[in-house]
Design a protein around this ligand. Structure first.
Ligand code: SF4
Ligand code: SF4
Length: 503
């Protein structure tokens, strides 16, 4: 059947610069470029280009330009090129539209409409280069008050403290499963988390045995499919996370196609090689908060009450009520994943139309837990579109204890957010199991890039805190007086619990 889809990208080659080195031919796993020896020419077939920019980045003479195809469909506010392309694609395949990464719709990004305060005359700012600045963060249930005993000269702490995750910066790597990403990518995340003193999250794909050495920096997920969940897996983790939902696809399960289930992945996930890994939409043993409480209890029992248990949900309309129930069910950490949260594969219509921005969910959850007097009983971690250190600081002032980053971490590794992760042909060696593509991500280089990213962000967070006259990140948590809204409606300001700039 002839395709009616207009290619999304134009690939232009400057013939004067091109030296026929064939780097682009070798680097593009989508076979966009090919070399004709007889004519000594490199040609392109741009209908297969996904805009990952691998060829542009590696071309030694900068001979290539990849740009959005300027060819337009007739102007129509409703029947846009994207709408037409989706319909053509479904008319040609009869399938569900798939995509990768997070929602790219132009919903309001609240981080860009919130500004931070700075100290000027009173409460002077602090110079983080000369004075100590504390980013250390503890995640887990905290007591409402502390009892001390012992002698006056040698007091002792009588209150027993729940298990905590200690991190040197309030940033962790989000749940991304082995299967959705390559082994080398998992290794980069694990090593970088260990080096920086933070955590990465296995996602629902289990944990490769070679990565057990980084267990102290690993949050092991227990998802509806129970892939790779066994006693050793629970034992080696620093914390456990029950995944109820995910921002990119709230309310639905996951699907890793059989082609991606290699021998290693089959061993790690404990499923037969080459079979589709389908995780159900719900946990079949959780139909109420009481059921959730039982699973939290079971995981704590299985790990001798030594590890915090997190529960992750997608940010949806009634997140605040759900979070309250989760805390009462015994969760030590609440993870909220917003509509811009990434994924290896999701139905496009779900990714782009289901869920809410995490900024709004966070404000609502923090308010609700405070109102009910249970805010200290669990830490709140948010995910779903954190792009910079400024987003992290705003999130913490809005009420989060820490953030997860997923897409930003993959971008540090080379990802150009082409959103084609679901094809398994990631030219950057990230979202693929192809041995030739996987090799493109060197674990030493990748680890260094991630460590650099977290180091840079941490320095910036210290600068921002210093400017606010704050010397510990803990002092900022939930301090919305240090935030102001710009260009937001009264209702949005009320939900976020912040004043408009100028007030
Ligand atoms: S898919 Fe990526 S590597 Fe291939 S031509 Fe397009 S931008 Fe270049
Ligand atoms: S991980 Fe790879 S396939 Fe996925 S968006 Fe990034 S570059 Fe594209």
């Amino acid at each position: 059947m002839k395709s009616y889809i207009i290619p999304q990208f134009k690939v232009d080659r400057d013939d004067h610069r091109c030296i026929r080195c064939e780097v682009c031919v070798r680097q593009c796993a989508n076979d966009v470029h090919w070399y004709d020896e007889e004519e000594d020419e490199v040609y392109t077939s741009e209908d297969k280009c996904v805009g990952c920019l691998r060829c542009v980045t590696l071309c030694p003479t900068s001979a290539l330009v990849v740009r959005e195809n300027p060819t337009q469909v007739p102007t129509n506010a409703n029947w846009t090129r994207e709408v037409l392309t989706n319909i053509y694609r479904q008319a040609e395949t009869g399938g569900v539209l798939l995509t990768g990464m997070g929602c790219d719709k132009d919903y309001r990004n609240y981080w860009d409409h919130i500004t931070l305060d700075a100290s000027q005359v009173t409460n002077p700012s602090i110079d983080p280069l000369r004075e100590p600045m504390e980013l250390r963060t503890y995640l887990g249930a905290k007591p409402d008050e502390l009892d001390t005993g012992g002698r006056k000269s040698k007091p002792s702490l009588e209150t027993s403290i729940s298990p905590q995750l200690r991190m040197e910066t309030p940033i962790m790597f989000s749940a991304i499963s082995y299967g959705a990403i390559s082994y080398n990518t998992c290794e980069c995340l694990a090593r970088a988390a260990a080096e920086v003193g933070t955590y990465y999250n296995t996602g629902e794909g289990g944990l490769h045995r070679d990565l057990y050495q980084y267990g102290e920096h690993t949050i092991c997920q227990v998802a509806s499919g129970r892939f790779g969940v066994h006693a050793d897996y629970l034992e080696v983790a620093a914390a456990l996370e029950i995944k109820i939902g995910q921002g990119a696809k709230p309310g639905i399960g996951g699907h890793l196609p059989g082609e991606k289930v290699s021998a290693e992945i089959s061993r790690t996930r404990m499923i037969p090689e080459g079979t589709d890994a389908l995780s159900p939409a719900p946990h079949h043993d959780i139909y109420s908060i009481e059921d959730l409480a039982q699973l939290i209890y079971a995981l704590k029992e299985a790990t001798h009450w030594e590890k915090p248990v997190s529960v992750k949900i997608a940010a949806v309309h009634n997140s605040a009520a759900i979070a309250s129930g989760m805390v009462r069910a015994g969760a030590d950490i609440i993870a909220l994943d917003g509509i811009r949260g990434g994924t290896g594969a999701a139905p496009t219509m779900i990714r782009d139309n289901v869920g809410i921005p995490v900024e709004l969910a966070l404000a609502a959850v923090d308010d609700r837990l405070r109102e009910e007097g249970i805010r200290n009983h669990a830490s709140v971690v948010i995910a779903g579109g954190i792009r910079s250190s400024a987003d992290v600081v705003k999130a913490i002032a809005l009420g989060a204890d820490a953030v997860y980053i997923g897409t930003a971490a993959l971008v540090a590794l080379g990802c150009h957010v082409c959103q084609k992760c679901y094809t398994g042909r990631c030219n950057w060696g990230i979202a693929t199991q192809d041995p030739d593509l996987t090799r493109r991500l060197n674990p030493d280089v990748g680890t260094r890039r991630l460590v650099n990213l977290l180091t840079g962000w941490s320095h910036e967070i210290m600068e921002i805190l210093g400017g606010m006259g704050i010397n510990a990140i803990e002092s900022l948590r939930g301090n919305r007086l240090r935030l102001r809204g710009v260009g937001l409606t009264r209702e949005e300001l009320d939900i976020l619990g912040i004043k408009h700039a100028g007030a």
